[in-house]
Ligand binder design. Structure first.
Ligand code: ZN
Length: 185
């Protein structure tokens, strides 16, 4: 579907690897093969892929997250690099200059906040988003809220989302389905 885009949110070492600063651990690592499948599907269907990844400055006291969470995804560090097979695949696409894969750094939970995501989606006539990544109840949720408010239709792929917060997965999936109208697939 040409008016669909895949979003891959925060699938970085800090959020997924065993020794990541804010890791989802095994639950996050289990997503890797499923996100790879979603990327393969998007490539096959010639859809856009937006890789939206936290890139924080060290000791940024003006970012409200800094008071709440340990330092994570510091720009240019191992922690901010994309994890696993998903990361390898995205780096290969970047290296070959794939025109439908776009990497967008972000500094807040929502991939829409202070990024060109909405403008880039509109320019490409994208109306439907397939959302994957972490954390389900933080950056995925806030991105889905902004997507719905910006009138995109949204499908969240349940086996492609995880969180480091106990009970956050079930709560966020139900919230996105029941309070935001996202389709859960
Ligand atoms: Zn962050």
């Amino acid at each position: 579907m040409h008016n669909n885009a895949l979003l891959v949110i925060d699938y970085s070492n800090d959020f997924v690897a065993d020794n990541g600063a804010l890791t989802c651990g095994a639950a996050g690592q289990a997503l890797d093969k499923h996100i790879v499948k979603q990327i393969e599907k998007a490539l096959f269907l010639d859809e856009f892929i937006f890789v939206c990844n936290d890139e924080h400055q060290e000791n940024d006291r003006y970012n409200p997250e800094a008071l709440l969470f340990p330092a994570h995804n510091i720009r240019g560090t191992w922690g901010a690099e994309l994890y696993g097979k998903t990361g390898e695949m995205i780096r290969e696409l970047q290296a070959e200059g794939h025109s439908r894969m776009i990497y967008l750094p972000k500094t807040r939970y929502s991939a829409f906040f202070a990024t060109p995501l909405d403008a880039m989606l509109r320019a490409r006539k994208v109306h439907h988003l397939t959302v994957t990544g972490v954390c389900t109840d933080i950056c995925v949720l806030h991105t889905v809220i902004d997507a719905i408010y910006n009138h995109y239709s949204v499908a969240v792929v349940e086996n492609c989302c995880a969180t480091c917060i106990p009970h956050g997965q079930e709560w966020a999936i139900a919230h996105m389905r029941d309070c935001l109208g996202a389709e859960i697939i």
